[in-house]
Ligand binder design. Structure first.
Ligand code: NI
Length: 255
């Protein structure tokens, strides 16, 4: 069965049919979902979803674009959420230099603080990194992130950089972009790294794969992504599903 390593079912886009959609996941071949926090609010909603659905696990953390909301007090609260029984990772955290706000210095400070937190609570990392390849790598090296391990989610950099992250012990999250007609760069990435280092993800409700590009995304689209990876790697669909499932269980320590 499929392991969805990155989705945001707390998003407003699911307000109308969240319950029925999530209820349909197990019968549609989705074994587990990691719902990923991206702010204080979505971390709280993530914890709620993990309590409600046996197959939903969660990550607690604040996305770089939301770091302006952090302070010492609510950072303590994030740490408490990391102790919840089904919170299996710290994320999504990182750097997003596509945006000028919040200031890059603010993003960096809270990225480092959340890396220290992950070390303290002994959880793996879910990293969001956009237009900040080199600096993300430097910070992960400086913080010895190899110890925590993690995934570079919605990976968007070069094949060479992917190999560097793999050397650091990280997994690479592959989503809908690999199915896009202009997705050559992601195909090179998938070719460059072993299947044992790939996680399947959607980033729902964003980035729906072909043939549903532009529509609201959900984990039910993961077969299109697995199929594309199977084609690129010249493997069977079942092998891709099985190995990426095992990869995710190993990273998030789910039996
Ligand atoms: Ni995300």
């Amino acid at each position: 069965m499929i392991f969805e390593s990155h989705a945001h079912y707390d998003d407003d886009a699911f307000d109308e049919d969240r319950e029925s959609l999530l209820a349909s996941m197990p019968e549609s071949g989705i074994e587990y979902v990691i719902n990923v926090g991206a702010s204080l609010k979505s971390t709280a909603s993530t914890v709620e979803l993990t309590k409600k659905y046996p197959f939903v696990y969660g990550a607690a953390g604040v996305h770089p674009s939301e770091t302006a909301e952090l302070n010492e007090e609510n950072f303590k609260w994030i740490k408490e959420q990391c102790m919840q029984p089904k919170i299996v990772a710290v994320g999504e955290i990182g750097l997003d230099y596509y945006w000028e706000e919040p200031e890059h210095e603010v993003q960096r400070i809270w990225f480092e603080r959340q890396l220290d937190l992950a070390r303290e609570v002994k959880k793996p990392l879910i990293i969001h990194s956009r237009d900040a390849a080199q600096e993300t790598m430097e910070i992960l090296l400086a913080k010895n992130a190899k110890e925590m391990g993690g995934v570079i989610h919605c990976y968007s950099y070069s094949a060479e950089m992917a190999r560097e992250y793999v050397k650091l012990g990280f997994y690479i999250g592959i989503g809908g972009v690999v199915t896009f007609k202009n997705g050559k760069k992601m195909k090179d990435v998938v070719e460059a790294i072993p299947i044992e280092r790939i996680l399947l993800e959607t980033d729902s409700p964003y980035l729906a794969p072909e043939p549903n590009r532009g529509k609201r995304n959900s984990s039910l689209n993961l077969p299109y992504i697995a199929q594309k990876i199977a084609e690129i790697k010249n493997m069977s669909y079942d092998e891709v599903v099985e190995i990426t499932n095992r990869n995710a269980k190993e990273l998030f320590r789910i039996k």
